[in-house]
Design a protein around this ligand. Sequence first.
Ligand code: HEM
Length: 217
Amino acid sequence: MATPATTGSRSRAFQAKYIILLAFAAMIVIVWVTRDRFLLQPDSFLRQRYSPIAPLMFLHGIPGAVALFLGIFQFSNRLRARFLQVHRVMGRVYVGCVAIAAPAAVVVATKLPVPTLTMASVIQATGWILTTATALYCVRTGRISQHREWMIRSYPFAAVFVFVRVVIAIPAVARAGVLGLAEVVWSCIAIACFLPSFMIAWQHLAASKRPAKARAA
Ligand code: HEM
């Protein structure tokens, strides 16, 4: 039976999840307004930059955007509990989108090189593919809680797209030029690599009992 303490901590976790979700949605809006809406304008800087590799950008950007959008819903406990089939279908689409968008990103990075950032794309894409493939392996072999954990490790590699563009929209960072961009990209990738494992480890710590000696003390 749920005690008032467990109900309270569940509702705090629920609130934290929705605050993070709202903040992330706000960041997506910022990215759209400050940058990616220019993709719809034929004479914009972005369209000119991407026009020599337009099909490749579609192959990267569209599945990337679908994965970014669907990934958010995959973490909803309610959706999973009520509509398991929807969660399964969206999960398969997410995996398919990663399988297309991530390798395409590496080709984009070699065709449109930004100094010092080609390897960043290789690391980010490799991390995205490996974590997603491991999440898929876990669910196919019935390891549901490990599947959840590997999805928590997979999604931040997609979220780097949003975080980087939000940070570089800050005028002081924008003024730092290519070096500033490189620092932001590498920092976001590094955080995507360690933050999920740190959070998962703390979830395990919070759920586990303290050793008897410490409890007695
Ligand atoms: C492994 C993950 C990813 C890597 C390595 C990656 C890499 C890249 C690279 C190198 C570019 C070209 C930047 C330039 O030089 O102008 C780019 C552009 C783009 N990417 Fe990704 N990307 C990733 C994930 C995503 C995701 C999840 C989305 C979903 C929205 C996305 C959507 C786009 C779009 C729309 C562009 C063109 C517009 C822009 O530059 O803002 N990418 N990406």
